[in-house]
Design a protein around this ligand. Structure first.
Ligand code: FMN
Length: 174
C-alpha cells in the first residue's frame, strides 16, 4: 500500500487534453477530500476550495484565466469539464503555501483516482479582477479571498506523458 502511494507521487503528470465527459460525483469528492487533508500552517485549514462544474461557470472561469493571460482566444483549462479553484482566506497565516499543499494533494489524488489533472496558474490575478470578484460574490464568498492555484480536472484524452529526467543536483545530503 505504501509502495502504491509512492508510485502515485512519482507517476502523476500534468495532463493537457481532456474528454468532454464529466467526472462522477464520487471521483470529484475523492479529489476534494484529499485536498482537505493537506497540511496547513498551524492547522488553521484557512483554505477555501471551490469546485466548478456547471458548463457556463467553467466557461466563465476559463475566459477569466485567458483574460489574465492576455490571450482571449486561449483555453487555459484545456477543455477540462471540472475546474477546482483554491483560495487562501484571512485565517491563513502561512498564505499561499497552504493553498499549494492543498492543490498538490488534489493533483495526486486525481491521479490515484484515474483522472487527469493539471495545475493552472494565474488564480491570484483572476480574482483580483472585477469579474473574478463578481463570481466570488455570486458564490456567496468574501471578495477578500486571494486566489492561490487552480486545477483542470477530467478524464485524460491523451497518452500519459513521460516524466522529464530529474536533474542530477536536485538533492544535497549533508
Ligand atoms: C505553480 C505552478 C503553476 C503551473 N501553471 C501551469 C499553467 O498555467 N498551465 C499549464 O499547462 N501547466 C502549469 N503547471 C504545470 C507544470 O507545467 C508541470 O507540473 C510541469 O511542467 C512538470 O510536469 P509534470 O507535472 O507532468 O511533472 C504549473 C505547475 C505549477 C507547480
Amino acid at each position: 500500500m505504501k509502495q502504491e502511494a509512492l508510485e502515485v507521487l512519482k507517476n502523476r503528470r500534468a495532463i493537457r487534453a481532456f474528454k468532454p465527459d464529466q467526472i462522477t460525483e464520487e471521483e470529484l469528492n475523492t479529489v476534494l477530500e484529499a485536498g482537505t487533508f493537506a497540511p496547513t500552517g498551524g492547522g488553521t485549514q484557512g483554505v477555501q476550495i471551490v469546485a466548478v462544474q456547471t458548463p457556463e461557470t467553467v466557461a466563465a472561469v476559463d475566459a477569466l484565466n485567458a483574460q489574465v493571460l492576455n490571450k482571449p482566444e486561449a483555453h487555459p483549462y484545456y477543455g477540462a469539464p471540472t475546474i477546482i479553484l483554491v483560495f487562501e482566506t484571512e485565517a491563513c497565516f502561512t498564505h499561499e503555501l497552504d493553498g499549494a499543499a492543498v492543490c498538490t494533494n488534489m493533483l495526486n489524488a486525481a491521479y490515484a483516482a484515474g483522472l487527469g489533472s493539471c495545475w493552472i496558474h494565474r488564480c491570484k490575478q483572476m480574482f483580483e479582477l472585477p469579474e473574478g470578484k463578481a463570481l466570488l460574490k455570486k458564490w456567496g464568498l468574501p471578495e477578500t479571498l486571494t486566489g492561490v492555484a487552480s486545477i483542470a480536472l477530467g478524464y485524460a484524452a491523451c497518452e500519459h506523458p513521460a516524466a522529464k529526467p530529474r536533474k542530477a543536483d536536485y538533492i544535497l545530503k549533508v
